[in-house]
Design a protein around this ligand. Structure first.
Ligand code: ADP
Ligand code: MG
Length: 384
């Protein structure tokens, strides 16, 4: 498939894709969309920034429009018709759930209704919104379970399930919640799993949840988009880490944005405070911030009002801010998967981007072993 035209999409969606300037599907979209439209269960792997969101949203929107889904919340709905959503999308973080819903709203006609359900906001807000019986619910597991345990959300009519960042959803932190959610769904359904990374163990677990899944892996062995460069500095002390990050942020070109990842909340707080001085253009996101603060900060970052965002791994997965041109790791990330996803916040949709690590002399050896395993090229830079 070389153009979206070959898919003969419904007109609203086709128009919106054209308005976005997207003529050709990305490789994962070309591979996954036809399979998803055929009704196949799917295990789809493709690098960060390669368009996985639309790879699952396009088939959902097509289904909703072609099958003329009706909302039970609509005044004309028949009494007793199911108020259950038809599709459920699961995501690991609140910001990602919101982003997926924003993306859906960009491409779906208003008749295809949706709701993002996630923690950190009053649950009443979701109860009220669920009275409209949205057709597509996008949520984080914890809040979804809270809501599904009440009369406000019935999941028995769900026909399509998507897990974005599926390897994280099936990892220790979420697995039990996911298993409980799957138990609330009908056995007869289509399930689609997407991620840039799947470990062999998670792949086996994932396959056990799917029926005769089609497996699509775009560019197997490519762990990080080729247009992302990787480089590192070795610094003698903690104080020089902060100084170096300050210099790197200052040196970045106008219009470019940066994300800085730390492995601990207190480090994010401390670093943001030290960097925030002059142009107050540095924001911070961790699990300690209130949800309202998190959303405000991310909105300011997306709009360009904030030039830099310091964050924990809560912002490492899925977030799509196309003008992020550099990702700085405050220290060696705890594991290769985290490294790949953090780095993947830049180099979106074939743009170029830079990943920079700040390492202590002790971390260098471990880092080099990590990139070797990932088959990524890196180089040591001289301190500025
Ligand atoms: P992933 O989930 O694979 O990390 P996203 O779905 O977030 O990637 O998409 C990354 C970027 O690519 C987004 O800014 C999106 O708008 C853009 N994009 C998606 N599909 C296309 C396409 N067919 N052509 C060009 N850009 C696209
Ligand atoms: Mg994604």
């Amino acid at each position: 498939m070389v153009s979206f035209a070959e898919l003969s999409l419904t007109s609203f969606l086709a128009d919106r894709l054209q308005q976005a300037g997207f003529t050709a599907p990305t490789p994962i979209q070309a591979a996954a969309i036809p399979l998803a439209l055929e009704g196949r269960d799917l295990l789809a792997q493709a690098k960060t920034g390669s368009g996985k969101t639309l790879a699952f949203l396009i088939p959902l929107i097509e289904r909703a429009v072609k099958e003329n889904w009706k909302s039970a919340g609509h005044p004309s709905a028949q009494a007793g018709s199911s108020r259950s959503p038809r599709a459920l999308v699961l995501a690991p973080t609140r910001e990602l759930a919101l982003q997926i819903e924003m993306e859906l709203r960009k491409y779906a006609p208003p008749s295809v209704t949706s709701l993002a359900v996630y923690g950190g906001v009053p649950i009443d807000r979701h109860y009220r919104a669920l009275r409209q019986a949205p057709m597509i619910v996008i949520g984080t597991p914890g809040r979804l379970l809270d809501v599904a345990g009440t009369r406000h959300l019935d999941l028995r009519g769900v026909e399509y399930v998507v897990m974005d960042e599926a390897d994280q959803m099936l990892d220790r932190g979420f697995l039990r919640d996911i298993q409980r959610i799957l138990q609330l769904l009908p056995a007869q359904r289509q399930t689609m799993l997407f991620s840039a990374t799947f470990s062999p163990e998670i792949l086996t677990l994932a396959e056990s949840m799917l029926k005769n899944p089609a497996r699509t892996s775009v560019d197997p062995g490519v762990n990080s988009p080729t247009k992302i460069t990787h480089a590192y500095y070795v610094v003698p002390s903690e104080a020089s880490r902060v100084q170096l990050i300050h210099t790197l942020l200052q040196a970045s070109e106008a219009g470019d944005q940066s994300m800085v990842f730390c492995d601990q909340k207190y480090k994010v707080k401390r670093l943001a405070a030290r960097l925030g001085g002059e142009p107050a253009s540095v924001g911070a996101i961790t699990g300690n911030h209130s949800q309202a603060q998190r959303e405000r900060t991310l909105t300011a970052f997306r709009s360009g009002r904030l030039r830099s965002l310091v964050a924990t791994d809560v912002a490492a997965r899925g977030l799509d801010v196309p003008s992020v041109s550099q990702v700085i790791h405050y220290e060696l990330p705890g594991n290769p998967t985290s490294y790949v996803h953090r780095a993947g916040r830049t180099g979106r949709a074939e743009r170029s981007g830079a990943t920079l690590l700040i390492l202590s002399p002790q971390e260098e050896h471990e880092y080099l072993a990590m990139v070797r395993r990932l088959r990524i090229q890196t180089k040591r830079l001289a301190l500025p």
